[in-house]
Design a protein around this ligand. Structure first.
Ligand SMILES: O=P(O)(O)O[C@@H]1C[C@H](O)[C@@H](CO)O1
Ligand SMILES: Nc1nc2[nH]cnc2c(=O)[nH]1
Length: 258
């Protein structure tokens, strides 16, 4: 499909009950760089198989651009997923954390996707973020996980974004833990912030791919290969949670009873 003569950055597909079109971009290893349009059951969806990260050199305006495009396309709910390191000592590798709240650490330092002139067509200048992760959607995700028999490894917690690309020093990890972070990663918060600003409902799921060391005597060293390996291991389970969630989302009677 991508030979030089006939290069088109898209193709049609049919996979596991999902039908649609794939579009390709260049992103970090483990992120396929595909934009997929299709259906899950009878729900029309658009999927980003991969995202843009601050550490790749993209501006936060570029990182969050797809979210605003989705808003203009008529998307109402966004489900964000990521890989993160577990800071909460009760978390195990392979757990899925339903994101309850986040800490926007780059935002504290002025790296914020809403800095600059506010575009009133999307949202107000000073948006509230205390309810960024919709309570009704969080409950539905937890209920579905329980019904699927996954309750032993599905948790709720606070995700902290750092810019990356290096993983944390032990002193940094200890600081994030003391600040109330249950897990740490390098993405998601800009997209969620822009989604909340423009009135999208948000569900966030974070896969705990590694335990972050808070202890100088521990020998384990985190690396991206480990992150990819655990993501692969849990891909099927996450896919099951997500497709069941999308199929059941009509059950949400009052999404705004937040
Ligand atoms: O896009 P996410 O945050 O899921 O990608 C993961 C986390 C870091 O960006 C990177 C580190 O392994 O992969
Ligand atoms: N910053 C950060 N990002 C991650 N993504 C997956 N694991 C980690 C981690 O331990 N730290």
């Amino acid at each position: 499909m991508q030979d030089e003569q006939s290069y088109l950055p898209w193709e049609e597909f049919e996979f596991d009950g999902i039908y649609g079109l794939l579009y390709y971009t260049q992103v970090v290893p483990g992120h396929d760089g595909r934009l997929v349009f299709g259906y899950v059951k009878d729900k029309s969806c658009v999927f980003m198989q991969g995202r843009f990260h601050l550490y790749e050199g993209y501006s936060l305006c570029q990182v969050t651009f797809p979210v605003r495009v989705f808003k203009l396309m008529g998307v109402e709910t966004i489900i964000v997923t990521n890989a993160s390191g577990g800071l909460c000592q009760d978390f195990k590798v392979g757990d899925i954390m339903v994101i309850k709240d986040h800490i926007n650490l780059p935002g504290f330092a002025g790296q914020h996707p809403l800095c600059g002139p506010n575009d009133e067509r999307f949202g107000i200048r000073f948006p509230c973020m205390s309810d960024a992760y919709n309570k009704v959607l969080r409950k539905l995700a937890l209920d579905i996980s329980m019904e699927l028999g996954y309750s032993n490894f599905v948790r709720e917690g606070v995700y902290c974004m750092v810019s990356g690309p290096n993983f944390e020093t032990i002193a940094e990890a200890r600081m994030l833990h003391v600040l109330g972070s249950d897990s740490v990663g390098m993405s998601t918060v800009p997209e969620v912030t822009v989604a909340k600003h423009c009135g999208l409902h948000v569900l966030g799921l974070s896969l705990i791919t590694n335990k972050v060391s808070l202890d100088y005597s521990r020998e384990e060293k985190v690396n991206h290969e480990e992150v990819l390996q655990i993501s692969k291991m849990r891909a099927e389970m996450l896919q099951k949670v997500l497709t069941t969630f999308i199929a059941h989302s009509h059950q949400v009677e009052d999404i705004n009873s937040n």
